[in-house]
Design a protein around this ligand. Structure first.
Ligand code: FUL
Length: 448
């Protein structure tokens, strides 16, 4: 059995794949779009018995969606190509329950194509959600359904150009046979890898991104991307064996603490699988005219607690029955983008002198000398996550009038990006890393 120190050091070397790294570093904030017969019935989960004739977005404008998405600073869009009701928004050969039997463009429309093209025109990425749960398909609940699902997935993966993100969920019901569907997820993921090797795959338990465990938009206090392999079994296992024997002190990947030392010590090995935060701009995933978008404050806080807490952020905006975004949502998205842009416009550490001292193999200090007293609202840290996630606890100490004063304490993980909301007035500050899994590698220290 390896030693305790070796175990911790190995945990700090569990690495992301290139596609995970891209998602975390570049396309970290993207849009979800929930659009289906539910938009016309007011339901959140359609029954599958809806008449395709109700689906008729007479003023559909995907360029309007893309512009609004971009105004918030989002870099991609993920559409519900099919939700639980089984209605397909594209020209599929696999079912009659689709847009081809709707009045939209006399049955010739293809909203997946319209969005993919609008994304390309607007310079953002395109992705989709194909709900495994299908309340319309007659073969749901039998083995044949997996073939149908694979055929749908293949159409979407091969006919619409580059796909950046494929979203799956585990929702599962009973088919007409009264049997629950057993999904062949491994074969679904193989198709994604085959046709879209750069796409990240989201599912509750990985392989590339996992669910954060809530729909209210908050990351864990300690958001580790390195988690016990048994919780994300579709990921590659990068370390072997439990250090300690005994029962696992957690039950699901939605628990509030899954990557801490106390948990990984008992794991059967580790995997790299960061979490994605998914939340809707309104209470519902689908459009309901009586609902209002969340406040700017709530959305901005969610941004800080997702993108700024080592996760990605998938923010849903539901189109209205006419096929456009609601003006209230458009305004809110622009306000959010403006707030993010203005908050992070000027890095107060620009030109600062930064010195790093590794005080021990697992402790380091970064001294940042600003040259003059500055008023700071946010500190931002980024680890070189390409080499693994290491920092387990840190604090920030500011200096004013020659006195060092603790301004920010008891913080835990950093990961790809940590935004600390902390007002401070100082002419120098220190990032004191009090524990890390091997030597910490801070790549960015910024203040705003
Ligand atoms: C869940 C679904 O049941 C909800 O309707 C929604 O689509 C959400 C994003 O995922 O699994």
């Amino acid at each position: 059995m390896i030693s305790f120190n070796e175990f911790i050091e190995n945990a700090g070397k569990v690495k992301p794949t290139a596609r995970q790294l891209e998602r975390l570093r570049e396309t970290q904030f993207y849009a979800f779009i929930h659009f289906s017969p539910n938009t016309y019935t007011g339901l959140e989960w359609g029954t599958g018995k809806e008449d395709p004739a109700i689906f008729n977005p007479t003023e559909l404008d995907c360029d309007q969606w893309v512009e609004a998405i971009k105004s918030a600073g989002m870099k991609g869009a993920v559409i519900t190509a099919k939700h639980h009701d089984g209605f397909c928004l594209w020209q599929t050969a696999t079912t009659e329950h689709s847009i081809k039997n709707s009045p939209y463009k006399n049955g010739k429309g293809d909203i997946v194509r319209e969005l993919a093209q609008a994304c390309r025109r607007g310079g953002i990425k395109f992705g989709f959600y194909l709900s495994p749960w299908d309340r319309n398909a007659a073969c749901y609940g039998t083995e044949e359904y997996n073939d149908l699902y694979r055929a749908q997935l293949t159409e979407l993966l091969t006919n619409y150009g580059e796909v950046f993100h494929v979203w799956f969920d585990g929702a599962c019901g009973e088919g007409p046979s009264g049997k629950k569907q057993v999904y062949e997820f491994e074969s679904f993921f193989e198709l994604v890898r085959k046709y879209q090797p750069n796409a990240t795959i989201f599912k509750d338990d990985g392989p590339d991104l996992r669910w954060c465990g809530n729909e209210s938009g908050s990351a864990r206090l300690s958001e580790w991307a390195v988690v016990p392999h048994e919780l994300c079994c579709y990921c590659e296992k990068q370390t072997e064996g439990a250090l300690l024997e005994g029962g696992i002190p957690y039950h699901s990947n939605c628990d509030c603490d899954i990557g801490s030392l106390e948990n990984i010590m008992y794991s059967e090995g580790l995997a790299f699988c960061p979490s994605e935060i998914d939340m809707s701009i309104r209470p519902g995933w689908f459009y309901h005219p009586e609902e209002e978008p969340h406040s700017l404050e709530r959305l901005f806080n969610t941004y800080l607690r997702s993108v700024g807490a080592n996760t990605t952020f998938n923010l849903n905006i539901p189109p209205m029955p006419n096929g456009k975004f609601d003006p209230r949502d458009i305004t809110r998205l622009k306000e959010l983008g403006d707030k993010i842009r203005s908050t992070f416009a000027v890095n107060l550490c620009e030109g600062a002198k930064i010195t790093c001292t590794h005080t021990s193999p697992t402790q380091s200090e970064y001294l940042v000398e600003l040259g003059e007293v500055k008023k700071i609202n946010y500190f931002e840290l980024r680890e070189n996550i390409a080499n693994g996630q290491r920092i387990a606890s840190f604090r920030i100490i500011g200096r004013k009038d020659g006195l060092w004063e603790t301004s920010y304490e008891n913080y835990t993980t950093v990961g790809n990006r940590k935004i600390c909301v902390q007002e401070s007035e100082c002419d120098a500050f220190k990032i004191v890393i009090t524990a890390s899994r091997g030597r910490a590698e801070l790549e960015t220290i910024a203040a705003y």
